[in-house]
Ligand binder design. Structure first.
Ligand code: ZN
Length: 71
């Protein structure tokens, strides 16, 4: 399950959020309930092999035709 990292646009608080879809709306800041922006996924960032198999560019487990409508 991917982990997305968000940063509050108001107070700058950063937090991680588990999500089961790549197109879930950004959650509110848990501290001040302000809008947040999505940062680079720590899940994807940890993949550093160059042999493919990461990301959602073709054969991912999320955007390949499930209940996801981000395509
Ligand atoms: Zn905040």
């Amino acid at each position: 399950m991917p982990i997305y990292e968000y940063k509050c646009t108001k107070c700058g608080h950063q937090f991680e959020n588990l999500t089961n879809t790549c197109c879930a709306p950004s959650p509110k800041c848990p501290k001040c309930q302000a809008e947040t922006e999505k940062l680079m996924s720590t899940f994807a960032a940890s993949v550093d092999g160059g042999s493919g198999g990461h990301g959602h560019d073709g054969g991912g487990s999320c955007c390949s035709g499930g209940g996801c409508s981000c395509g």
